[in-house]
Ligand binder design. Structure first.
Ligand code: SF4
Length: 250
């Protein structure tokens, strides 16, 4: 009786029912459900043209360092300023005057610390890795990751971005959007840290989809699943989302 009543209530709308499909242990999504989410995202959102993405490992590393706590447009402008002034190579940036690098990056946040990080990372790449990231990127993913994170200023996200975009290595970078959206969607547990979110996404999706998953979750986070205000009504994955219906989030 109670069960019938419950079913009756939840059959009122498709999206409420969908919350109860395909959930695995602990209420987390299964691979089947994750595939449905990915399929809905691919159908509704247009992926950025990845041909435009820079595949030079060192440039990608520098862009990712600049992008921390900085809007996309300011990141682009700061990188352009830096590239107009200096050749973007480890050898050049290792010996570039710090003050001049700071001026180039001033448009973005934390520009002093970023200039220092770029200079130190460049020196390490020159001294420790012979001036090129290519031998590192040829290593198995976790070894390459460890080697990159051994470089000053290179954290988990930066290492994963370089590995995914420049070496097509199977890893999912977790930026602020990917983290937030994954948790709201139930793809990763609330309160989980970087490695847990990354591991969870990598277990739910196929390696050949990691780039799409990363880009689509960012796009979803920027368009519908924003940090402060969610637009659940028009969200392309609201039928699968356990957070749908909470309305605007504070
Ligand atoms: S339904 Fe709402 S909370 Fe869920 S992913 Fe979409 S925008 Fe985010």
């Amino acid at each position: 009786m109670l069960l019938c009543c419950t079913i009756g209530i939840y059959s009122l709308t498709n999206h409420i029912l969908a919350r109860f499909y395909e959930k695995g242990e602990g209420g987390m999504f299964t691979q089947t459900h994750a595939a449905q989410v990915l399929s809905a995202l691919k159908a509704a959102l247009t992926l950025p043209n990845t041909l435009k993405i820079n595949h030079d490992p060192f440039e990608t590393l520098i862009i990712t360092i600049i992008s921390q706590n900085t809007a996309d447009t300011d990141t682009e402008r700061a990188f352009q300023n830096l590239s107009k002034k200096f050749k973007i190579t480890p050898q050049t940036l290792a010996s570039a005057p710090l003050k001049e690098m700071e001026e180039c990056l001033q448009i973005g946040g934390l520009y002093r610390s970023k200039a220092k990080t770029i200079q130190t990372a460049s020196k390490i790449i020159v001294e420790k890795f012979g001036g090129s990231l290519k031998p590192i990127l040829a290593l198995p993913t976790e070894d390459a990751r460890a080697a990159l994170m051994d470089t000053h200023g290179v954290g988990q996200k930066t290492a994963d971005v370089v590995l995914l975009f420049c070496a097509n290595q199977p890893t999912v970078p977790v930026d602020t959007h990917v983290d937030r959206v994954s948790k709201r969607l139930g793809l990763a547990p609330e309160g989980s840290g970087y490695e847990e979110v990354r591991g969870r996404l990598q277990s739910l999706f196929e390696p050949e989809d990691y780039l799409s998953v990363h880009l689509l979750l960012i796009l979803l986070g920027k368009t519908f699943c924003k940090a402060r205000k969610t637009l659940c009504h028009g969200c392309p994955v609201n039928v699968y989302c356990p957070s749908n219906g909470r309305g605007e989030m504070a």
